[in-house]
Design a protein around this ligand. Sequence first.
Ligand code: ADP
Ligand code: MG
Length: 322
Amino acid sequence: MPLSEFGLIERYFRHCGVTREDVRLGVGDDAALLECPPGQHLVAAMDTLVDGVHFPHGAPPASIGYRALAVNLSDLAAMGARAAWALLALTLPEADEAWLSQFTAGFARLARLHRVALVGGDTTRGPLSVTVQVLGHVSGPAMLRSGGRPGHALFVSGTPGDAAAGLALEQGRWPESQGAQYLRERFLFPTPRMELGERLREYASACIDVSDGLLGDAGKLAAASGCGAQIAYADLPLSEPLVRVAGAERAHELALTGGDDYELCFSVGPGQLESLLAKMPPQRWGYTRIGTLREAPGTEVVRDGVAVKLAHSGYDHFSEPA
Ligand code: ADP
Ligand code: MG
């Protein structure tokens, strides 16, 4: 017999993620009651994943659950915040229990890793769509996009471009080859940089998470900071599988314009640079200097002393050709 809405909530959502003492009341009543640590700011973010838009139709349900939380956690990481609670609005075409148990397993895997409790949500019937809201807190000032200044060094974590290649492979647009599985995983199960974000609060002047392509998102950071950015083509951190699967040229292009990486792009002023590099060694923390903020507006990629032209700068839902 198919489960009722109440049955679904009881089975799949009441005990998803971790149990936290600061949850006075979680799933089951009309609203959740949460306790924010005194003196800290509550940080809130929300993101929606639509079937066929943010993930390929028929994507593994565990990946959909995992990514729905990951993309939200990534926004908190970019603020230097620590996550605590999540709400989940799920629209499903049908109450498919096999799908639901894999979906919640994926969600719960990441929730446990970052000590997030699922405290509420909504369940409706309709075309598949997943909205997650995460709540967390930050003590002291959060990292904003707007704190960068000309001359500040620009960094990115991880190896951008991997997820875009992984998506191309998932969709069968690229042939299978060695390294493909690694790239697929980068798309299906991205790593929100929670610890890096929290630690960077001490050093970074500005920070943004890279969801729509490094070039575009670095440009957003620069614009919010009232400056421009120069990125060194040769300094882009590329993963070995990406170069192997895509070739060097395409790998650079994907690192600049591919989406879905959920890495952090951040700027660091001259006063903090030395202590950042000393206290948080780039090799150990997995980040790379890619350029510098500058007075002149706009984002420029410099290759062999020449500014390169790119076909497009990133993903924008409302400016894609039809
Ligand atoms: P109401 O009609 O009062 O909004 P619901 O029946 O929608 O109540 O939800 C009952 C309880 O289950 C609430 O605590 C709600 O937050 C929770 N809930 C519903 N759907 C989800 C979900 N997908 N994930 C987590 N909690 C959910
Ligand atoms: Mg409701």
